[in-house]
Design a binder for this molecule. Structure first.
Ligand code: FE
Length: 152
């Protein structure tokens, strides 16, 4: 599903604290969000961040309309580059909660992007995952926005 290498944070990093950073390569044809969720479970990451790049054949984004509090999902089934993926990791109901956004470039060099629900790797997916030690950050439903916001 993935392979990885654990590296120690390097000095001069603002967050230098001995916490691990993982270089992660997700196997071809895997679903990115599922593989990343499984990785967070394996490493017991309760709070962290992720960023990276890759190539995919399909992506589903989710747009939230604050006015109606409804989600609209849209799938793009075409070869794209993940020009950037960035997100945070917390926990909700005992499970990893990944809040991930991505921008993907198409064959005509235009881009689509948004809140990422799923993506099928077709080529490579190279991520950096940071674990913030034993820090625990949860999620709590917020009535005003209709979203699960950080619960410190
Ligand atoms: Fe989002």
């Amino acid at each position: 599903m993935y392979n990885y290498k654990k590296v120690k944070r390097i000095s001069s990093n603002l967050f230098e604290d001995g916490n691990p950073r993982y270089i992660v390569s997700i196997d071809n044809h895997q679903e990115l969000m599922r593989a990343l969720t499984d990785f967070c479970k394996l490493m017991n990451i309760r709070c962290g961040q992720v960023r990276g790049i890759g190539a995919i054949s399909e992506a589903t984004f989710r747009m939230y309309d604050p006015a109606t509090k409804q989600y609209v999902d849209k799938t793009f089934s075409e070869q794209m580059e993940i020009t950037g993926i960035t997100g945070n990791i917390s926990k909700k109901d005992g499970e990893p909660y990944l809040h991930v956004h991505a921008t993907c470039s198409r064959a005509d060099y235009s881009c689509v992007g948004g809140h990422l629900l799923s993506a099928r790797i077709n080529g490579a997916c190279e991520l950096l995952v940071d674990k913030f030690g034993d820090t625990k950050v949860g999620r709590k439903f917020d009535e005003e926005t209709g979203l699960y916001l950080y619960d410190f």
